[in-house]
Design a protein around this ligand. Structure first.
Ligand SMILES: NC(=O)c1ccc[n+]([C@@H]2O[C@H](COP(=O)([O-])OP(=O)(O)OC[C@H]3O[C@@H](n4cnc5c(N)ncnc54)[C@H](O)[C@@H]3O)[C@@H](O)[C@H]2O)c1
Length: 244
């Protein structure tokens, strides 16, 4: 198993299902972990449970000053920033015709601007560390259209584009930038979906089931690891075949 000993990983949205899983797995494999989320009570409890190798920072990913605090905390607590997982996001089933400007802007600010600010914030510390790995969490809705997820899909396509552009720009600093595209994963994010929607989604998944958070987390840890040292700009779908 890959060891992340001596490395520090930042995971946003770490009070949520996949973020918590990723933070715990990084810590189990030797990394120091900075967990961030707007949900402070849940995030603090998870970091406390992980132990001394974890710290929680209350953080809204759409806040530039908030990102400064995250980086300062990572450096003062653990001494380096080596991995960033841009995992935090919001999702809601809303059609184009029902999406008002404020709603579209909210998706833009959290799901797109948040990823941009995260990538920009880690460039200098990763350069100082001699390189690094950024993993952006997009979605199967960032690979194809989604008729009931208009603003979400727009933001996740943006994550895809930003990943490729940043991969090209940051390669000379040995900073790899890759994206993971989960399909339908069994997390609280899908709980508020309209009745029957999750059943329909499973029926359109060739493996005929929802994925589990740890299955996405394994892909994230692989892309963060030295085993993925020649992977940048990669698009890894963990979707049971849904996007084929
Ligand atoms: N669950 C799925 O089926 C699925 C499918 C495709 C992609 N994804 C993506 O996977 C990632 C994780 O999703 P999840 O299912 O674990 O969701 P989740 O709702 O369990 O976790 C998301 C976390 O992000 C946090 N968050 C929301 N707004 C924030 C903000 N402004 N700043 C900081 N944190 C904020 C939430 O508090 C929450 O803890 C997301 O990027 C999501 O879009 C999920």
């Amino acid at each position: 198993m890959t060891s992340f000993s001596g490395l520090t990983a930042i995971v946003t949205g770490a009070a949520g299902a996949m973020g918590e899983q990723e933070a715990r797995m990084f810590a189990e494999r030797g990394a120091n972990v900075v967990l961030t989320d707007v949900r402070s009570d849940e995030g603090t409890a998870i970091a406390d449970d992980i132990g001394k190798s974890a710290v929680f920072v209350p953080h809204d990913v759409s806040s530039e000053s908030g990102w400064n605090t995250v980086i300062e905390t990572a450096l003062s607590t653990f001494g380096s920033v080596n991995v960033l997982v841009n995992n935090a996001a919001i999702s809601k089933a809303i059609k184009l015709i029902d999406t008002d400007v404020d709603t579209f802007d909210l998706f833009y600010r959290i799901n797109q601007l948040g990823v941009y600010l995260g990538m920009k914030s880690v460039v200098e510390p990763m350069k100082a560390a001699g390189g690094g790995s950024i993993i952006n969490i997009s979605s199967v809705a960032g690979l194809r259209g989604a008729s009931t997820l208009f603003a979400y899909s727009a933001s996740k396509w943006a994550v895809r584009g930003m990943t490729q552009s940043a991969a090209l720009e940051l390669a000379r600093f040995k900073i790899r930038v890759n994206a993971v595209f989960p399909g339908v994963i069994d997390t609280p994010m899908n709980a508020p979906n309209p009745p029957g929607m999750n059943d329909v989604l499973v029926k359109t998944t060739p493996l005929r089931r929802m994925g589990e958070s740890h299955e996405v987390a394994e892909a994230v840890l692989f892309l963060a690891s030295p085993e993925a040292s020649f992977a940048t700009g990669a698009e890894l779908a963990i979707d049971g075949g849904m996007s084929i």
